[in-house]
Design a protein around this ligand. Structure first.
Ligand code: ZN
Length: 207
């Protein structure tokens, strides 16, 4: 009886963290277990992520699992009607419609597992992951190891001066850093100082 009830309830799981923190590895691990249990699994990644393989999700440690490449979040909805479990990798490359789509899938009774970067190269929240965290039932934050000092790393350091938000690459362009060793680009440092100043003012006026 419990199993019947459980099958009718969907939910959202989010796996997030910096690059090299094992997000794809963890996603693949969860999806493999579902496949072993003979559940119907549909796996997706955005068209922009062409690293390593076109039709597989591949982790940096070269684990891989077959996946479909889609252009928009709505393609996921269309292509996973039969699935019991829906896996989505590199979720930060979708727009905010992904949140709506995942909500719909979970409401249909599906288990939805989303993996993605939660901060961009400036250390700022990377949409739509913050919104996904708000509506998710389960959240796993993965950590890499800081290449400078060996502490747990929560930031992705870009090693090139490129200012575009999306620059696809791996260890050639990025490395994991902890809070102390992370060096945000010059323009973000100014923004952080500015917003800290505003917060002080707001507290003063509320007194
Ligand atoms: Zn460090």
């Amino acid at each position: 009886m419990l199993s019947i009830v459980h099958r009718n309830i969907g939910w959202i799981e989010v796996i997030c963290g910096s690059m090299f923190s094992g997000k794809s590895e963890e996603l693949i691990r969860r999806l493999r277990r579902a496949i072993i249990a003979r559940q119907k699994v549909a796996i997706f990644k955005p068209k922009i992520d062409t690293r390593f393989s076109d039709d597989h999700i591949v982790s940096h440690s070269e684990l891989k699992i077959p996946s479909k490449v889609v252009e928009s979040a709505w393609d996921i909805l269309e292509q996973s009607l039969e699935a019991q479990v829906v896996g989505i990798d590199e979720a930060q490359f979708f727009n905010n419609d992904l949140v709506l789509v995942c909500q719909k899938l979970a409401n249909m009774g599906k288990r939805v597992i989303v993996a993605g970067l939660d901060q961009d190269y400036r250390g700022e929240p990377f949409d739509p992951i913050p919104q996904m965290l708000a509506v998710a039932e389960y959240i796993t934050k993965t950590h890499a190891i800081c290449v400078i000092c060996g502490n747990p790393a929560n930031y992705t350091q870009r090693k090139t001066p490129n200012k575009e938000r999306v620059v696809v690459g791996a260890a050639d362009i990025y490395e994991a850093r902890c809070r102390n060793c992370f060096e945000p680009p010059e323009e973000s440092k100014k923004e952080i100082k500015l917003s800290a100043g505003n917060r002080g003012k707001a507290q003063e006026t509320s007194k």
